[in-house]
Ligand binder design. Structure first.
Ligand code: SF4
Length: 179
């Protein structure tokens, strides 16, 4: 069993406002979430090794996730001036991603087999090599939870973490599956 109190303290020290144990048994990889990726409202579908279809078939990803039983959820929450406050949304996302990659570097020595799933597509390189050449940094490539077919709202709920913090807020959630 993971040392959750130490992991939660480390996650909070890394800058996340909320950190919670994640039971992998609550994770379901859903075709309907992948179908939302295929609708391409973010413009990243078929453009990056971290996104569908480049990140693998749902069956491949199910086999990957089946190798884990425990993990943690990490979350950043931002306050918006109003519902259209794009600047604060981007700033919260930037803060979440910076903390996420810093925490990934902290966890890797202790959990070299971890699976890190972030928010949004991989932005490690200015331009992704997809589909012309292999990924430059496969160990640091990060897919989103959605790219794996995860419904973030349901996973938060089933692991005792809020997803919505009220009007004029935005939350970004990521997870680390650890072994
Ligand atoms: S590490 Fe670079 S090449 Fe690999 S998925 Fe991320 S952006 Fe693309």
């Amino acid at each position: 069993m993971l040392e959750y109190s130490a992991l939660i303290a480390a996650g909070e020290a890394a800058g996340f406002q909320h950190v919670a144990p994640l039971k992998v048994s609550t994770i379901e990889l859903r075709q309907e979430v992948r179908d939302m990726c295929a609708a391409n409202s973010c413009g990243k579908y078929d453009k990056n090794w971290s996104c569908p279809p480049g990140c693998g078939s749902l069956e491949d990803l199910r086999q990957q996730v089946a190798g884990y039983t425990e993990g943690i959820l990490v979350q950043s929450v931002g306050e918006l001036e109003d519902e259209m406050d794009g600047e604060a949304m981007m700033e919260t996302e930037r803060r979440h991603k910076a903390n996420f990659y810093r925490f990934l570097d902290e966890l890797l020595p202790q959990y070299p087999g971890l699976l890190a799933l972030g928010a949004g597509c991989c932005t490690q390189c200015k331009a992704c090599t997809y589909p012309d050449a292999p990924c430059r940094f496969p160990k640091r490539r990060v897919s989103s939870m959605e790219a794996y077919g995860m419904l973030v709202l349901q996973i938060c709920k089933d692991n005792g973490m809020r997803y919505y913090y009220g009007p004029c807020t935005i939350s970004y959630t990521s997870c680390f599956l650890l072994k």
